[in-house]
Every structure is written in structure tokens, then in C-alpha cells.
Design a protein around this ligand. Structure first.
Ligand code: C2O
Ligand code: CU
Ligand code: CU
Length: 479
């Protein structure tokens, strides 16, 4: 079976909202797609690995003419790609070379909150270096690192503070999938920007409380990118790294592809599609087979009608490997029938966005949940189906399963573990959430301006047989 639609409610696509900025093809020459370098560990042993991640300012040649002032991790924009092996003890030095405080949030990693997780309670001040360490026990996935200082997450991400973090384990390494980073295993960070005078960004000029957008697609920091295809099959690790934009992806000729992974794990089995929609912070791993093309042809990836990446086909050796029918066994956590269902409501638009009728407060704990206990969360988007937006709901420090949408089966490509789920206006999405570690974790809409605007709350998880620890939580004044 091949799916031909985006699954989401069509009237709720962001085109519906008055503030929508359509994409336009930039008047700039084509450029090779930037492939971020892999971050080299400082040191590695059989059991441990050490990295240094530096937030820094720089200048990037994005458009012809003046370079753009940008921020990045170990790079001038976005960052080097980090690989975290499951099971090893990971040590990371977090260096802030910026002139303002930032935080290093590991979106999608199961690490303890609120400090290692890197949300707003874990500031690293200018000139400071902090050290964290953790061991991952989670399936292989495409996750990411981004800044998360409240309430300027959106602005820092807009400047470039976002990069991919690939979690790898023995299972993924053993599967017949493209694994050759930069050759047939390609990260694609999808973002949009507006370039002002002298090619500079101006976050404040473009500010929109429903999410900042620009008319120019920027993929891995490249405008009008071209990728040279030298193998029959490529795996794309796609991240919606935009502040607000959804991407409605399809190839020229409606070339079909296999989605093999979602946010936090592989899917149980490949799902064949020719259309794919991602909301902010969601990830999809897809495998594209160019068997029907030959040297000299071009295949274009579009969002709606705008071309965003061109794939130039070169000669490749025939590849007869087939995708496994089964990719990952999902063990669904058991829910005790006495456990109540948690109800969460995302409401409002513009400045009036709220989570459960409240604006975010850094020192307020909004909910608690015992470690290890699986619980259903019913996430409602109370926007009107006629004029509302899709709000991508994200939880830190966990991976959840999507159980239902308004009581119906979830979309066919959301049967793996996820950490972000798009909720249509007027819809209630049931997810199954379990935390493995004690701590304080945020949950919020991942339209980043909605998050900064207060559509966010936090939950404390705890060992039921131990006293509840008190964490030092930042407040806006100490920032
Ligand atoms: Cu992508 Cu609170 O995070
Ligand atoms: Cu997160
Ligand atoms: Cu939202």
C-alpha cells in the first residue's frame, strides 16, 4: 500500500492562518547542499566518550554578496552532527562563546531534567563551560540539539543554534540501510528565513507571535541546494527545524519513498508514501530509491509547489538490497487501569496562547508522574477547526506512543516512538507517556514563538518510594 496524502486536516495547514508567509525561490545560484561535518570526540575508550560542544557566533556565506551573521555549534551556522552511541558513558563539555546566556537542550534524548536535559533551568553564561554526563538507553533515532533559554529560544534558533544528534545502537548498525554519512545517509534540516539589508537576519523585524517565518527555504543552511546522488538508494534524516513552518514534502514524478523512522525510533515496519507532512521539531527518516533514474537526471524535493532540494543523479552501482519488512519491535508499556488519564489543553493563538489555561511559569510545577508508570495523556487543541493552527506538542525526557486521534487510529507513519506530535485544531490526541528518569521536564507547543509565549508547562517525575527532591528552578529575574 502506498499512501498519497498528508493525513493532517487540510484546512488546518498553516496556509489557513492570515500570517502565513509563502515560500518563494530565492534569486541566488544553486549551491551544493552543505553536509555538516561529524563532530570528532575529544577522546574515546571502550566504555566512555568525550565531546566538546561550543555555541559560537560567526558569519556564513548563504547568499551572494555579504555574509550573514549566524550562530552555530562548532560551526558558523547550525552545527556539526553529533553521534551518541547507546550504552557508552557520554561526557559533554558545553561551552558558551556567545555574548548572551544559552542552554543546550537535547531534544529527544532520555536524559535527566531539568539540568542535563538543557531546558531553561540549565543556563550556560557567556564565557562559561559546563560539564554534563549521561548514558543513553533508548532506541536509535535522529534527535537534535537546540538552544532553549526562556523566553528567547525562538530567537536563538533563528540565528542558527540547532544541530542533529544521531543516536546509534547495535540494532540499527546491523540493518541493511544506507549508513554512509554524507554519501547515502544525509541529514536535512528544513528551515525558512527572511534575509534583510546586506543579507542579514532581523528576528525582531520579522516577529510574529504565531511563529516567525521567511520566504526563503534554507536546507542545512544552504539556499537552492543541490545534492549529488552517487548511490541508488539514499536515506534522508529530515528534521523540521523551522520556528513555525510545516513542510508538505513530495518529489517530482510523485516518486514514492519508504519512511523507516519517526522522531524517537524506527517505525515497526517501513511505510510507503509519496507525500509527507512534518510539523515543527518532528523528524522522519526516509529511504529513496532512484532505480528508475539515470546519470544526468534530476529529482526535485518540493514543499507544496516550491522546490527545496535538487537531487542530481550520477552513475551508481545497482543495489538489490530490500528493506526489511520488520524494523523494530515496539514494546507498548502496560497501563494500570487505576491510573487516571491526564488531560492537557493547548489553547489560543497569537499572544493568548496557553497550556491548560495558564501561561508558563518557570518556578511552578504543573503536574507530577511517578517514574516507570505509563499514563495516557489526552492532548486537546481547542483552536477552532475553521481558523486554528496545528500545534506540535512536545515532551522533554521521554518518548511516547501515539494511541489515537479523536478516538481513531493514528496516522500510518506514527507507530514508532515519538517526542512531538502535531495536534489538529479541534482534535484530541491520546499519547502513552512513561518517564524513565526523575526530574523536571517541560512540555510545550513546538511552534517556538508559542513556547516562548507561554504555551508550555512542566512536570516533575519522581521515584514513588523516595521523598520528592526539590530542584533549583530558575526564574525570569535570575536570567
Ligand atoms: Cu525542542 Cu523544549 O524543545
Ligand atoms: Cu525537547
Ligand atoms: Cu502552537
Amino acid at each position: 500500500e502506498i499512501y498519497h496524502n498528508y493525513f493532517f486536516d487540510e484546512p488546518a495547514f498553516n496556509t489557513h492562518d492570515g500570517g502565513y508567509v509563502p515560500l518563494e525561490v530565492a534569486d541566488a545560484p544553486e549551491k551544493p547542499l552543505a553536509i555538516p561535518a561529524l563532530l570528532k570526540p575529544d577522546k574515546e575508550t571502550d566504555t566512555d566518550i568525550w565531546y566538546t560542544v561550543t555555541a559560537q557566533a560567526g558569519e556564513t556565506q548563504i547568499l551572494p554578496g555579504q555574509k550573514t551573521k549566524t550562530w552555530g555549534y562548532n560551526a558558523t551556522i547550525l552545527g556539526q552532527t553529533i553521534i551518541y552511541p547507546v550504552g557508552k558513558h557520554i561526557h559533554v563539555a558545553l561551552e558558551n562563546h556567545l555574548s548572551e546566556l544559552t542552554t543546550f537542550h537535547w531534544h529527544g534524548l532520555i536524559v535527566s531534567g531539568p539540568y542535563v536535559d538543557g531546558g531553561c533551568h540549565a543556563p550556560v553564561y557567556p564565557g562559561e563551560t559546563k560539564h554534563i554526563d549521561f548514558t543513553l538507553d533508548q532506541p536509535a533515532a535522529t534527535t537534535w540539539l537546540h538552544a532553549h533559554p526562556c523566553p528567547s529560544t525562538a530567537e536563538q534558533v533563528w540565528h542558527g543554534l540547532a544541530t542533529m544528534v544521531l543516536v546509534k545502537d547495535d540494532h540499527i548498525n546491523s540493518l541493511p540501510l544506507p549508513h554512509n554519512y554524507g554519501v547515502d545517509d544525509i541529514p536535512l534540516v528544513l528551515q525558512d528565513r527572511r534575509f534583510h539589508e546586506n543579507n542579514q537576519l532581523d528576528y525582531h523585524a520579522d516577529y510574529d507571535p504565531d511563529g516567525v517565518q521567511g520566504p526563503t527555504a534554507m536546507i542545512n543552511g544552504t539556499v537552492n541546494p543541490v545534492f549529488d546522488v552517487t548511490t541508488q538508494k539514499i536515506r534522508l534524516r529530515i528534521l523540521d527545524g523551522a520556528n513555525r513552518r510545516e513542510w508538505r514534502l513530495h518529489f517530482s514524478d510523485d516518486l514514492k519513498f519508504a519512511q523507516i523512522g519517526g522522531d524517537s525510533s524506527l517505525l515497526p515496519e517501513p511505510v510507503y508514501l509519496d507525500h509527507l507532512m512534518l510539523t515543527c521539531a518532528e523528524r522522519a527518516e526516509i529511504v529513496v530509491d532512484f532505480a528508475g533514474y539515470h546519470d544526468g537526471q534530476t529529482v526535485t524535493l518540493f514543499t507544496d509547489d516550491t522546490p527545496i532540494v535538487k537531487f542530481k543523479i550520477h552513475q551508481f552501482a545497482p543495489d538489490n538490497t530490500t528493506l526489511p519488512d520488520h524494523l523494530l519491535t515496539i514494546n507498548k508499556p502496560k497501563v494500570d487501569s487505576k491510573t487516571p488519564i491526564r488531560k492537557i489543553v493547548m489553547s489560543g493563538m497569537d499572544e493568548s496562547v496557553m497550556m491548560d489555561n495558564k501561561k508558563f511559569s518557570m518556578q511552578r510545577i504543573d503536574a507530577t508522574q511517578p517514574v516507570g508508570q505509563a499514563q495516557y495523556w489526552d492532548i486537546t487543541n481547542s483552536n477552532s477547526p475553521e481558523s486554528g493552527m496545528v500545534h506540535p506538542f512536545h515532551v522533554h525526557g521521554t518518548e511516547f506512543l501515539v494511541i489515537s486521534r479523536n478516538g481513531q487510529a493514528p496516522y500510518p507513519n506514527e507507530h514508532g516512538f515519538k517526542d512531538t506530535v502535531g495536534v489538529n485544531p479541534g482534535e484530541t490526541v491520546r499519547i502513552l507517556v512513561r518517564f524513565d528518569l526523575p526530574g523536571v521536564y517541560m512540555y510545550h507547543c513546538h511552534i517556538i514563538e508559542h513556547e516562548d509565549g507561554g504555551m508550555m508547562a512542566q512536570i516533575q517525575t519522581y521515584y514513588p518510594d523516595k521523598p520528592m527532591p526539590k530542584y533549583k528552578l530558575m526564574d525570569m529575574d535570575t536570567l
